[in-house]
Design a binder for this molecule. Sequence first.
Ligand code: ATP
Length: 235
Amino acid sequence: MTTVVNVSGVGKTYASGHCALRSVDLDIQRGEIFALLGPNGAGKTTLISIICGIVNASAGTVSVGDLDIVNDFRKVRGQIGLVPQELSTDGFESVWSTVKFSRGLFGKAPNPAYLEQILRQLSLWDKRHARIMELSGGMKRRVMIAKALSHEPDVLFLDEPTAGVDVELRRDMWEMVRGLRERGVTIILTTHYIEEAEEMADRIGVISKGEIILVEEKHALMDKLGQKQLRLQLQ
Ligand code: ATP
């Protein structure tokens, strides 16, 4: 197994004085789907944002491959894709020009065949000429994923990919994420749904009050979730 993301001793105290993360250590293996499971306010978005280099840690280090997220930010950015929790839904542009433009932002040479593949996999190919603003919420979410994949990243971060999504779309998303892993993409997602972590992940890290309290293979974790103590920490 190869470690693709290493988080070591990461802490975060916001300017408000709020301590959102305390000395987090985490290794993500190449090719796995890793779920960061925790209740609202546990620190999931903060941790993802630090790993992706869009929020600075107050302590500790993050590396992606052999690169340090702070010192090699531009290079690392090319290797990762981030789908944030909040959707940007104001696009006048078509789906196709949006993903093409997004790829160009990373300085990648055009690759229409790759973009077609991604849009087909995300069931967006038939909508490629539609303006983003005309799409349903679920389709917009798919466009966000297509954008994040446009530059062929090795690692994809999905921050609460199914928050506020209906059951059918949630199942579609699960299917889609598994399909991406088949392509060799390492996936790190955050969720506060236990059943989502169970359905999708190979390994699960439980985060509570800014601390990773447990990292386990899915099945081992599900056994431990039977314990009342752990359930209480997830509420
Ligand atoms: P959710 O599931 O609700 O998105 P989360 O697990 O992603 O929660 P974070 O968004 O990382 O949690 O927030 C962790 C804590 O840090 C929360 O108490 C939050 O209020 C606080 N926090 C987040 N961003 C900031 C900020 N910019 N300034 C101050 N405090 C912040």
